[in-house]
Design a protein around this ligand. Structure first.
Ligand code: SF4
Ligand code: SF4
Length: 457
């Protein structure tokens, strides 16, 4: 063997040895007390090309969803695509990476320069938002595993009155604000920690999270997609984008024949009825209230600021350093508690109490400013929601509300134009052969109104 070959082989073997050694450079600690090595709470990191594969799959799913919604108008296609996303992003990728949680990565990277966000997390945050800006909430329709698992279990949805829905709509905004605040202060990723479904995907949920997840799924049998509608923080961003989306799903592929069949088809109460002159008059008489609410907007913001400022001490207790500092100050005897792992870890670290308290004070100050902003944001959202109630938008057909519509395609299935009718006549035309069935009773679950054929002559 030549000298070069020998040197090459030696180098190759030493690299191999290094790799195998690097798998576990430091042996796991040995305890004589029967200590069990805890399993990690998040999936192991993937090879870079597999992460890019995830981004590619997300992109393709969104493309396909847009094609199914706008070209094929296929509810069935959307349904199967969401089953795929549930299997891939949910059970295979174990809910990580996830666009919903990526909000926190973005917030952390914006406020903590020492944290560099991965390209994958950034892509998962941005791509669905950009798609929504062009095509509406296709991500919620078919790409989000959290949406998919709830959507598949919608059984007997009940319509919620606006006075229930609207106030509940504040919760996702609050959750978004808290998630950003907690991530920005380096406290915790609360969206991931309290994700009710991720435990199912990883099959390792804590008991309390299993109960929460089951609770959401059972509730979802009757209140469709409860997490999406009344909790999801990423859904807030998607609904903002969707308001300005270039295209949005239309219930009918052609002219609306005002049959009202789609009126109750949406389990998410996202269909708006046509407005009439009477409604316009009522809304116009609201002009004074609109003005009053508009003038009150700064008061809402100031009130929110005040409440946020009051809440900052309480909120900051979620940060581990603040919690630990408070514990050690209020109960110094815990230093002698060998079972308190946090305290023992702090004592073993060699840090002084002064350092801990100084760090906790910095965190509390960050919470003070963050809570002020969060309060102002919530005041603004509440004020705008009130104003929105009084705004009059004229539309002559049944239309999905762009912000609330998940693009699931159910209502398209209910529309007879271009479907059942289309088999017997040209799409969108009604050459005297179609009776307007007017307020037919409740549509059937299968997507077709009961006894539909008897209305055709
Ligand atoms: S609202 Fe949130 S949880 Fe629901 S489908 Fe959309 S992103 Fe997913
Ligand atoms: S596509 Fe239709 S049924 Fe589905 S959420 Fe939108 S309005 Fe509701």
């Amino acid at each position: 063997m030549s000298k070069w070959k020998k040197t090459g082989s030696a180098f190759f073997l030493s690299v191999l040895e290094g790799i195998s050694f690097a798998q576990q450079r430091f042996p796991k600690p040995e305890f004589e007390t029967g200590y069990v090595q805890p399993s990690p709470e998040t999936p192991a990191p993937r090879a870079l090309f597999l992460e890019y594969l995830d981004v590619g799959v997300l992109f393709l799913v969104l493309l396909l969803a847009s094609w199914l919604i706008y070209r094929k108008r296929s509810r069935r296609g959307i349904l199967w695509l969401s089953v795929f996303s549930l299997a891939y992003f949910g059970f295979y990728r174990e809910g990580c990476i996830c666009a919903v949680g990526s909000v926190q990565n973005v917030a952390l990277s914006l406020f903590r320069p020492e944290y560099a966000i991965s390209l994958t997390a950034l892509a998962f945050f941005l791509i669905p938002l950009v798609f929504t800006l062009f095509h509406g909430r296709t991500f919620c329709a078919a790409a989000c595993p959290l949406g998919a698992i709830q959507d598949l279990l919608v059984a007997k949805p009940v319509a919620l009155a606006p006075w229930v829905r609207k106030p509940l709509g504040l919760i996702p905004h609050l959750y978004l604000g808290l998630a950003v605040l907690f991530a920005a202060t380096g406290t915790e990723f609360i969206i991931c920690r309290y994700d009710p479904f991720v435990g199912f995907f990883r099959l390792d949920a804590r008991f309390v999270m299993v109960i929460l997840g089951i609770g959401f799924l059972v509730l979802g049998l009757f209140v469709a997609r409860p997490y999406c509608r009344f909790l999801c923080p990423y859904g807030v961003l998607l609904s903002w984008m969707s308001r300005f989306s270039k295209r949005s799903l239309s219930i009918t592929p052609a002219e609306c024949i005002d049959c009202k069949l789609c009126a109750k088809s949406c389990p998410f109460d996202a269909i708006e009825k046509p407005t009439n002159r009477q409604a316009a008059d009522v809304k116009e008489s609201n002009a004074k209230r609109f003005l009053v609410y508009g003038l009150l907007l700064p008061v809402f913001v100031a009130g929110g600021c005040f409440l946020g400022g009051r809440a900052h001490v309480f909120l900051s207790k979620a940060h581990p350093d603040v919690r630990l500092a408070e514990l050690l100050i209020s109960q110094p005897e815990v230093r002698n508690d060998p079972d308190n792992i946090d305290v023992q870890a702090f004592l073993a670290s060699g840090k002084t109490m002064e350092t801990l308290i100084a760090g906790a004070l910095v965190v509390r100050q960050e919470f003070y400013y963050g809570s002020l902003i969060l309060g102002a944001f919530m005041g603004l959202v509440a004020g705008l929601m009130l104003l929105n109630q009084l705004a009059f938008r004229e539309h002559t057909d049944y239309e999905p509300n762009k912000a609330d519509c998940f693009s699931c395609g159910r209502c398209m299935d209910y529309c007879p134009v271009g479907k059942e009718v289309g088999k017997t006549r040209e799409v969108g035309k009604n050459p005297g052969g179609w009776k307007n069935p007017g307020g037919l009773g409740k549509p059937g679950r299968c997507g077709k109104p009961p006894g539909f054929d008897e209305y055709l002559i």
